[in-house]
Write a protein that binds this ligand. Structure first.
Ligand code: GDP
Ligand code: MG
Length: 162
């Protein structure tokens, strides 16, 4: 089964999105020994295509240095392990330095990734999302993990890539 990982800074809404998508949670302990505390695994499907979903993060933020190193580690793991990556950012915060760093890591990898601009809860925020083109993507997806709007467009293209 294909594996999809969700990466991004803390508080952008990764877990909210993950919880919306998964049907049942499962621990894949053997395959990821030592890193399970940082990651949640679930199963989902869309348009009849099943996939495993990894929610990254959940670690304690100690300092800015650890924080950046942890995110880098999660992105490297996702690049190694996943068939496709959802890179989530937050329209309320706009583009941050950490977003640029994650985008750089993903661009250098050969993995398909999908930029999800989260917290676009209403149409007023659609224009605000345009600044995320500066991350060097041809396309991004605006969505709201809280109310579910926009998630279908992202999932349509995501499962095509699996
Ligand atoms: P994570 O750290 O990336 O896993 O982020 P969480 O899923 O824990 O969400 C962080 C905060 O953002 C929580 O207070 C969520 O309720 C909020 N949040 C998540 N998705 C949305 C959204 O689509 N719109 C808004 N307005 N808030 C959201
Ligand atoms: Mg989380």
């Amino acid at each position: 089964m294909s594996i999809v990982a969700i990466v991004g800074r803390p508080n952008v809404g990764k877990s909210t999105f993950f919880n919306r998508l998964i049907q049942r949670r499962e621990a894949i302990v053997d395959a990821v020994s030592g890193v399970t505390r940082d990651r949640h695994y679930g199963k989902s499907d869309w348009n009849g295509k099943k996939f495993s979903l990894i929610d990254t993060g959940g670690y304690v933020v100690g300092s800015d240095d650890i924080f950046e190193a942890e995110i880098d580690k999660q992105v490297e793991l996702a690049i190694d392990e996943a068939d496709a990556i959802i890179f989530m950012v937050d329209v309320e915060d706009g583009v941050t330095g950490m977003d640029q760093e994650v985008a750089e890591l993903l661009r250098k990898s050969k993995k398909p990734f999908f930029l999800a601009v989260n917290k676009v809860d209403n149409s007023n925020r659609v224009n605000d999302a345009m600044e995320f083109y500066s991350l060097g993507v041809e396309k991004y997806y605006t969505l709201s993990s809280i109310n579910g709007s926009g998630t279908g467009e992202l999932l349509d293209d995501l499962v095509e890539a699996l």
